[in-house]
Design a protein around this ligand. Structure first.
Ligand code: AOF
Ligand code: ZN
Length: 369
């Protein structure tokens, strides 16, 4: 049984972890609270990769306040690590610090850790509990968890639509369908992603920058362009600061000069095996997983959106729904083939629904079966 204090302290640790929302990638967002005699004596959260883990920050915080941490309890939103990576193993650090009790929200799915951190603590005689507020901790690092288990990022597809599910007029005009609050909120989701991906159709139609601008963030997500035939103009804004990754189906033969021009613009061009002249989407996810992309944010047009959905590779839809009607001649959200039976429909469930300014934000996830 966990006490009310346990819940309150883990809730605090989760709030601390959230402070790493835009900065810890590819590491998970972790929070840590140190408590002794019912008093919080130190707090910390994961610093950008290569720097302190949450536990180390909390220990430093307590010491900076001149407090002896021996005998304290540590509340951590993720099992303390057991490996020496970019930083020393937190499990050993907690043992050496004389921590008496550790409460973790979840095991670290990283195969280099997965239970070993907790074992180190137990072997040193520390009282260990794991699983408090686990589902909240998993949600916070949903991309990290998926990448550790499946080697692929969590795929979140963002779309803004009218109440009748239309994204743009038939002539492609779509700007400012939703209000400023929804736009700002959309940038928050971009900012927490490790990469933002679009397709060549969107680059040609809208010439987006795909950067985070509406909110402050210390880190821009990696921009990724799916462009099977390398048809994007090197002048497109997505290439403006050079760091875009272009995934194509072939960068030799006819495509070689186009690939060279994009590389001159500073883009990295990678060719993946093609599936009927198109980039194989599953292979693209494997590539992005190998590059430590935890959360992948898709912002594309209805054709590419439909392709991701049909391939069964979308984990979550982020839909901003504006209170307006565009009519049946306007463009839909997803290019999908006509269905013969209702049974063939893509089934989703609402995960969270919230009003954002004058619009609605819907988070949906596929329903199995
Ligand atoms: C913790 N506390 O705050 C975080 C952990 O390369 P390193 O040394 O930074 O290690 C990264 C791994 O450590 C990461 O993949 C995950 O397994 C774990 N993250 N562990 O004890 C933390 N962020
Ligand atoms: Zn650690």
């Amino acid at each position: 049984m966990y006490s009310n204090d346990d819940f309150a302290l883990m809730t605090r640790a989760l709030a601390l972890a959230e402070r790493g929302m835009y900065t810890t990638t590819p590491n998970p967002r972790v929070g840590c609270v140190l408590v002794r005699d019912g008093r919080v004596i130190g707090e910390g959260f994961t610093q950008p990769a290569g720097s302190d883990h949450a536990e180390v920050r909390a220990l430093k915080d307590a010491r900076a306040r001149g407090i002896d941490v021996r005998g304290a309890s540590a509340y951590v939103t993720l099992e303390p690590c057991s490996h020496v990576g970019r930083t020393p193993a937190c499990a050993h650090t907690l043992v050496q610090a004389g921590i008496a009790r550790v409460v973790a929200a979840m095991e670290d799915p990283n195969p280099r850790v997965s239970g070993r951190g907790l074992e180190i603590l137990r072997a040193a005689g520390i009282e260990v509990r794991c699983g408090l507020l686990e589902s909240a901790a998993r949600e916070l690092n949903i991309g990290f968890v998926k990448r550790m288990i499946q080697g692929r990022p969590w795929v979140r597809l963002k779309v803004a639509a009218s109440l009748d599910g239309r994204t743009a007029l038939a002539n492609g005009r779509s700007q400012w369908l939703t209000g400023p609050e929804a736009r700002r909120d959309g940038h928050r989701w971009r900012a927490r992603a490790c990469a933002v991906l679009t397709g060549v159709g969107t680059v040609r139609a809208d010439d987006p920058q795909l950067t985070v601008r509406a909110i402050e963030t210390p880190r821009q997500p990696q921009r990724v362009l799916l462009d099977s035939k390398l048809a994007a103009s090197p002048e497109a804004k997505i290439f403006d600061d050079g760091a875009a990754l272009v995934i194509c189906a072939s960068d030799d033969g006819d495509a070689a000069p186009r690939a060279a021009r994009l590389r001159e613009r500073g883009a990295e061009v990678v060719a993946l095996p093609d599936a009927d002249g198109r980039v194989d989407l599953a292979a693209a996810l494997d590539l992005l997983g190998a590059r430590e992309i935890n959360e992948l944010h898709l912002e594309a047009g209805y054709k590419l959106n439909g392709a991701w959905l049909r391939a069964g590779l979308v984990d979550e839809l982020l839909v901003y729904m504006a209170p307006s009607l565009l009519g049946n001649h306007a463009l839909g959200m997803f290019g999908l083939p006509a269905l013969d039976t209702l049974d063939a429909r893509i089934k989703l469930h609402f995960h969270a629904v919230e009003a954002v300014g004058s619009d609605l934000r819907l988070l949906l996830r596929p329903t199995d079966g």
